[in-house]
Ligand binder design. Structure first.
Ligand code: BDP
Length: 679
């Protein structure tokens, strides 16, 4: 496998090499450098050597005062409260860092060891992007306390919705710990990830036993590797574990025997792995067991675990992806979009402090376009985390390029109006809105044991970008993409510009050639790749477009399913009214006739035709931009990406033709430009 964005390719003529040839490691008493700092120092030495061909001399110096002030060097130090005054102007919080030139020295200062490591990676990024560090002064504090990855890896080595090969955590029902574990930790720590759930949220068979003696030894080895990179290990747990592995006859969260079983189980987990993070739980969803069986609430379910985890500082991350997956399409009023809100809003304030509700970005399921979940802005007394999906389940399965950072930024920037100020989703999940500490972001990972980690080489930009965005939600999509390109390939203008264009074009292109204006789905059932307009239409999953000869879309206003009313004002009214509803979500909220005029002056049907032709030509543009940089990127990368582009182009054409033909046949309306539609 390759080194991803940490390959440290050579940077010619870097300006500030003087500052970088020596490294002083400081710290006294309680602030002596520890494992994470040593990991970071080693990383920095390798990085400087790889990029600038300099052998950095490391000097483990107790006190900064002893370092000659007229000699160049990097100083790495953890803040010592005795020196607090000196740095009072820099408000370092949590794992934040300061990277600053002071005279002849380049200082990396942090309160925590993880902070040191994040400062080191910032310096590495600067060098890789060929940016000068002369007079640099950067203070960064993480915007989100928790920055997690959720892997949907199964213990047989397969990955649910995995498009990059098999698991590197599990093989043949065993936990795997090897060099790749370390390289994985290194990659994700470099972008700020500090928590990892290694197994699928659908916990079946052996995975239920991960929290028993059978696996704890191996998990401890993994947790130790992660810990050197400031990452905590979490696992997905099975709500029915007391029955499935505990021999109890029930899993009722209010049963004392069940509560004691969890306490005992969790005590053993912490005896083996003191730094264990906690559990991720999917309950009462898509066939998974949960508290509903016993007529208990999700708060009852989460709290029994939370109380057992509390003495050890452990967390329960409880998913809100709870809906009826046995719907009847004939019943217009049962709307899957309503489900998460309806299930959880009444429980606001009933969860313990160490429970976090993990909420998918939208009310359905990671479609190319969805409104945000109305639980954000609805819940006011509950810890919350935003869940996004890096794995491209519905966005081309890592055969299509689809750079997702712009989508997540729109979600984070959405104003929920839960308060007059500071109520964007970014504020809520960071804990700023309600002064919470247990919150942040989580994402379904897109990795596997493929040579390049992510199947599509360009899909690594989403993994990289997710980490960077979770660390700093203010970063722009462009800035993140540029960093990734520089780190991975080159800082040369042509490479940066062309790859940047491709990435930024990709999500809009995918949206154009797939299902129109927020309606979603229209994919092949089960595997979710490629077009199938009616694939889910008369099925039980609650995912309908309701197209007929006059129009399409789901009426989610008061007259329809009432979903729009789950938002705070003025959002509810904005969605309710077809005139003010953002057009990209028009069909999500409204049933619209084919001859309805959009703001562009085009009819809905003409818009559908046009965007589908445009989407395909956008893919052709992306391919041309990529061909232009052939000689500037590694040959194997070029080959792999071109193979995927060929698949993407085929698939985009299939989407275009199926969608256009379908709506032509439903509506009988001709394309205004007489382009090829299969009649
Ligand atoms: C859907 C996936 C399914 C997951 C589920 C979940 O199709 O495989 O188990 O989400 O998030 O997107 O639990």
């Amino acid at each position: 496998y390759n080194k991803g964005w940490l390959n440290y390719h050579r940077i010619e003529h870097y300006p500030d090499v003087d500052l970088l040839s020596k490294l002083y490691l400081c710290g006294v008493k309680d602030y002596l450098p520890g494992d994470i700092t040593f990991t970071a120092v080693k990383e920095l030495v390798n990085a400087i050597n790889g990029m600038l061909n300099i052998d950095v001399e490391v000097d483990i110096q107790g006190q900064r005062e002893l370092i000659p002030s007229d000699k160049y060097g990097i100083i790495i130090e953890r803040c010592n409260p005795e020196k607090e005054e000196e740095f009072a102007e820099y408000k370092l919080v949590g794992d934040g860092f300061l990277l600053k030139q002071c005279g002849f020295h380049l200082l990396i200062l942090a309160r925590t060891e993880s902070g040191i490591m994040y400062g080191v990676f910032e310096l590495i990024r600067r060098i890789a992007s060929n940016q000068s560090i002369n007079q640099v002064e950067i203070l960064e504090n993480p915007k989100n306390p928790l920055r997690m990855l959720n892997h949907w890896d199964n213990m047989d080595g397969s990955i649910e919705r995995g498009y990059s090969g098999n698991s590197f955590f599990f093989e043949d029902k065993e936990v795997v710990v090897n060099d790749r574990t370390k390289d994985y930790a290194r990659l994700i720590a470099s972008v700020g990830i500090n928590g990892v759930v290694i197994n699928n949220v659908n916990v079946r068979a052996e995975a239920t036993e991960l929290i028993t003696d059978r696996y704890l030894g191996k998990l401890k080895e993994m947790a130790d590797i992660f810990a050197n990179y400031g990452i905590r290990l979490f696992v997905s747990a099975n709500f029915a574990a007391p029955m499935e592995i505990g021999g109890l006859s029930l899993a009722d969260p209010l049963d004392e025997g069940v509560a004691n079983w969890w306490k005992d189980c969790i005590r053993k987990v912490y005896e083996a792995i003191p730094g264990f993070g906690g559990f991720l739980i999917k309950a009462d969803s898509e066939g998974r067991p949960g508290p509903f069986t016993y007529n208990r609430t999700h708060a009852d379910g989460a709290n029994v675990l939370a109380r057992a985890l509390k003495p050890y500082g452990g967390l329960v991350v409880w998913r809100c992806f709870v809906y009826n997956c046995q719907q009847d399409w004939r019943d217009y009023k049962t709307d899957r979009a309503r489900a998460a809100y309806d299930n959880f809003i009444g429980l606001d304030g009933k969860f313990d402090e160490n429970v976090i509700l993990q909420i998918k970005n939208g009310p359905m399921d990671f479609q190319v376009r969805e409104p945000v979940s109305p639980l954000f802005g609805g819940l006011k007394n509950t810890n919350q985390m935003l869940e996004v999906q890096i794995a491209q389940e519905y966005t081309g399965q890592q055969r299509h390029v689809c750079y997702l950072i712009p989508m997540w930024k729109e979600v984070l920037d959405f104003n929920t109006y839960a308060k007059p100020e500071g109520a964007k989703i970014a504020d809520i999940v960071s804990g700023r809105t309600y002064g919470q500490v247990n919150c942040g972001m989580a994402a379904v990972a897109n990795t596997g044991n493929d040579y390049n980690w992510t199947g599509h080489d360009l899909a690594a930009a989403n993994l990289y970008g997710y980490g960077r965005l979770a660390w700093n939600t203010d970063m722009s999509s462009e800035a993140i993409a540029k960093e990734w390109i520089c780190m991975t390939y080159s800082y040369k203008d042509k490479v940066v510009n062309n790859l940047l264009q491709i990435l930024l074009k990709s999500w809009p292109a995918y949206e154009k050639y797939t299902s129109p204006l927020g309606i979603g789905w229209m994919v092949n059932p089960n595997n979710h790749y490629g077009p199938n307009v009616d694939g889910y239409e008369y099925d039980r999953w609650g995912t309908y477009h309701r197209a007929d000869r006059n129009g399409l879309g789901v009426d989610r206003t008061k007259e329809g399913t009432g979903y729009a009313q789950q938002y705070n004002e003025p959002n509810a009214s904005m969605y309710e009214n077809i005139e003010t509803c953002p057009e990209e979500l028009l069909l999500f909220f409204h049933y619209v006739r084919y001859d309805y005029k959009l703001k562009s002056g085009k009819t809905l049907i003409q818009h559908i035709y046009d965007t589908h032709f445009e989407g395909v030509s956008d893919v052709e543009d992306m391919i041309r931009s990529f061909e232009e940089i052939k000689s500037m990127i590694p040959e194997d990368v070029y080959q792999r990406v071109m193979e995927r582009f060929a698949m993407q182009l085929d698939s985009a054409k299939e989407w275009r033709d199926r969608i256009n033909t379908y709506f032509y046949r439903k509506s009988g309306v001709e394309d205004a430009y007489g382009r090829k539609i299969y009649k």
